[in-house]
Design a protein around this ligand. Sequence first.
Ligand SMILES: [Zn+2]
Length: 277
Amino acid sequence: MSASLSATWSASGPSGLLAIGLATVMAAAAWHKGSLRPSGAIAAIVVGSIALRAGWSWGGFLIVWFAWVTLGSRLGRARKAARTAGIVEKGGQRDATQVMANGGLFALAATVHLWRGDPSADAALWGAAALAAAGADTMATEIGTWIGGATRSVRTGRQVPTGTSGAVSVAGSVAMVGTALGLSAVAVACGLVPAPRWWIVAVAAVFGAVIDTVAGALVQQRRWCPSCETATEQPRHSCGTDTQHRGGWRWLGNDEVNLVCTASAAVLACLLAWLLA
Ligand SMILES: [Zn+2]
């Protein structure tokens, strides 16, 4: 790499090999614990290496985020699995598409930071907002499913089974806002986002998670198992029957909705930063 080109790459984190090594250790631990499928572990190594290479503030935020959502997924695990076994599209083990739907924009922001140096720290802001939104949305589902309580569809207003996409509960909403606030504080503590901008991360994260819920309710594809006569997100139901399309956009599954969640948070964070600059 020439001197002029290398000058445009700014890195304050561990060296490349150390970054990949650290990311691999964490992804292997998550895979060993059953949080990731092999493809998800590879995607996590890519996202983790880029983040750590971008700086300790990026890597630190990603590590705390990961610990946060892992803790959330572990709370009341057996109870949640029993409640959502036949409904959710994918189980607790994340594959590559899920990892990228949640962490892809954060990795993209870290790449922009490495490439351009991010003097205005805007990439750090929208990257943090995107990841915080993914965390807020994940925790809303995890805590909402664990605690239970009345769960209502945003589309119909009717009570639906816990774990249904586009449905809200009190426990899930509290977990969503709490996670958005908590992760925005973590972003500041890690030095990723300046303290006066903490609220932009929090507001954008809540916005992304709300968009996720609305999209999940209105346009995400809905499927039906004819033999169990029940609603599900699975193309093939856990009973082994192929399910039928019952509404929503066929191409819009859970992963696409998660990408919409993180993207809308990133866009709102950019907009707020631009309006207030
Ligand atoms: Zn079935």
